[in-house]
Design a protein around this ligand. Structure first.
Ligand code: ZN
Ligand code: ZN
Length: 322
């Protein structure tokens, strides 16, 4: 079978959402172009500095590789956090990514929860359990990751922080927030970044319209030998995401292109909802945490991260009486 795009090379891959059969080169070029198109919508090409939040996984490789194909590598800088989870060492993965980044001419900043928070993720989880807190490891991890990534973005004077979230991740998050009815959080998922605090570096997701299977194939074709290790905390993860993931998978299989349709329609809706909100000034500057000074949710005095540390007995401050 001949490739539907170049009509020269042998097709190797079927892309259900377009109904095309593609050769390796045309497939890679298709992904690259779609990432470039998304970057244009975001305005990434005009940025002076972009911090790439990486993990060593395939998506971080695809993020770096596609962006480096149309953005000057001097404007890109990568940042990785070691969480400190026993038996989950992505050292080899990160080393491999580092090698790829070096080849692309991108510097990597290495950080860890131990260095920047004072505790490994294991230590945080252990203390919280001893205090009888019912908080999943992912809550600690997600919250502190967001905070450290934003700090790093500010430190290197980045105009944007780019993460490797793919289409599957993004639609799952949209559906979960829809189910929860969290409108403010929901409209943050639009294609244009939303800045709710002067202390936030704009977060963007250039891979948000690339299917997960596509990032996997891209990494594979480009020789990125990922051995994705599963995080041992996966069993403590909330199950809603797993259920949504399964439902979306069935939907996509029944009607290829569904996830892309959802995100494109969602972007239009979120644009309109944002307009509505900005006229009612609901999207005002976020308050600052009284302890760490970082932005926190509306109505809060102390950010969730500091609150978790206090409740786990790892930070000795009094919680405000509410
Ligand atoms: Zn081709
Ligand atoms: Zn705080």
């Amino acid at each position: 079978m001949i490739c539907d795009v170049c009509r020269i090379r042998e097709a190797e891959i079927y892309q259900p959402h377009t109904g095309r059969r593609l050769c390796r080169q045309c497939f890679i070029e298709d992904i690259r172009k779609r990432v470039e198109k998304e970057a244009e919508i975001i305005g990434l090409q005009k940025a002076k500095k972009i911090l790439l939040a990486v993990s060593g996984g395939k998506d971080s490789f695809v993020l770096a590789d596609t962006l480096a194909s149309f953005i000057d590598h001097n404007k890109l800088i990568a940042y990785n956090i070691v969480e400190g989870i026993h038996g989950y060492n992505r050292k080899e993965q990160v080393e491999q990514l580092k090698k790829f980044l070096t080849d692309l001419g991108i510097e990597l900043i290495e950080d860890s929860f131990k260095d920047s928070v004072g505790y490994t993720l294991d230590e945080m989880v252990k203390s919280s359990m001893e205090k009888g807190l019912n908080v999943s490891a992912c809550t600690f991890c997600g919250g502190f990751r967001r905070k450290l990534i934003n700090n790093a973005g500010r430190m290197v004077n980045a105009d944007y922080v780019a993460t490797g979230h793919n289409l599957d991740d993004e639609v799952q998050a949209i559906v979960i927030n829809l189910i929860r009815g969290d409108l403010i959080r929901l409209i943050r998922f639009g294609d244009k970044p939303l800045k709710l605090s002067s202390k936030f570096v704009l977060r963007v997701k250039p891979l948000r319209k690339i299917y997960e299977w596509e990032t996997t194939m891209y990494a594979y074709y480009k020789g990125y030998n990922f051995q994705e290790v599963e995080c041992p905390y996966i069993t403590t993860r909330p199950t809603l995401r797993a259920k949504v993931r399964e439902l979306l998978y069935i939907l996509e299989e029944t009607k290829p292109g569904s996830l892309l349709n959802i995100i494109e329609e969602f972007d239009k809706i979120s644009e309109n909802v944002r307009k509505e909100y900005s006229t009612t000034s609901e999207l005002r500057e976020l308050p600052r945490c009284k302890i760490c000074g970082e932005p926190t949710s509306y109505g809060r005095e102390i950010c969730k991260n500091c609150e978790l540390l206090i409740k786990s007995g790892l930070l000795h401050q009094n919680l405000p009486i509410s």
